[in-house]
Design a protein around this ligand. Structure first.
Ligand code: MLT
Length: 201
């Protein structure tokens, strides 16, 4: 996968996995990572799928309607990429925290839904429920921060709350933070995520 890796100043800090939104790239979330932990290593990945020229992490059939088969395939592809990258760049595989926005948050949530040890934690900006009706792995010891919008036209508040409860029922520790600026990734939610991260890691 096309990506960017930057070794952090402090090797005891987590590695931040950055996952952009539809139409973005591996540069988009670098300022966000800097606000969350400027000592951490960063692995920023570009989605392998193109939708009308816009990079994404998995295919969709329509707005909010995911191609489930492709989602499963791409989730495994990203997990395998993380396994290989940990060896190549010598970071601790069990200390990866994802930061995702929108489509990137959805594939991060899908990693949590499908694999027990893909991530140690995740900051999900405006995620959806990636798949319905499946049993999640035991996510005890995993910490998740969700930033959602009370008026997000893409991820409804109900779906944000459903994602929180699905993750909590799988024993993850989840904080849900509300904003009211639609689907936007706001500076306030980045600051709230940074405060949460400082308490947890
Ligand atoms: C998705 O397709 O992952 C969501 O609808 C968010 C988006 O990328 O617009």
């Amino acid at each position: 996968m096309k990506h960017f890796f930057q070794k952090g100043k402090d090797p005891s800090r987590p590695t931040l996995l950055l996952l952009h939104g539809t139409g973005g790239n591996e540069s988009d979330l670098l300022p966000v990572a800097g606000r969350v932990d400027d000592q951490a290593s960063v692995l920023s990945v570009r989605g392998n799928v193109l939708e009308n020229g816009m990079p994404r992490f998995f295919r969709r059939l329509a707005e909010g309607v995911f191609d489930e088969e492709d989602l499963i395939f791409r989730t495994k592809e990203l997990k395998d990429f993380l396994d290989d990258s940990a060896e190549k760049y010598q970071f601790k595989r069990n200390n990866v925290i994802a930061i995702g926005y929108s489509n990137g948050a959805n594939i991060a949530a899908s990693l949590l839904f499908h694999y027990q040890n893909a991530l140690k934690g995740a900051i999900l900006h405006h995620p959806m429920v990636p798949r319905k009706g499946i049993d999640l792995p035991n996510l005890s010891g995993k910490s998740v921060f969700i930033a959602a919008g009370t008026n997000d036209p893409i991820c409804s508040p109900l779906e944000s709350a459903e994602l929180q409860s699905l993750l909590q029922n799988a024993n993850a520790d989840v904080e849900l933070h509300w904003e009211n600026r639609g689907h936007q990734l706001t500076i306030d939610e980045v600051e709230a995520a940074a405060q949460w991260y400082k308490q947890k890691f």
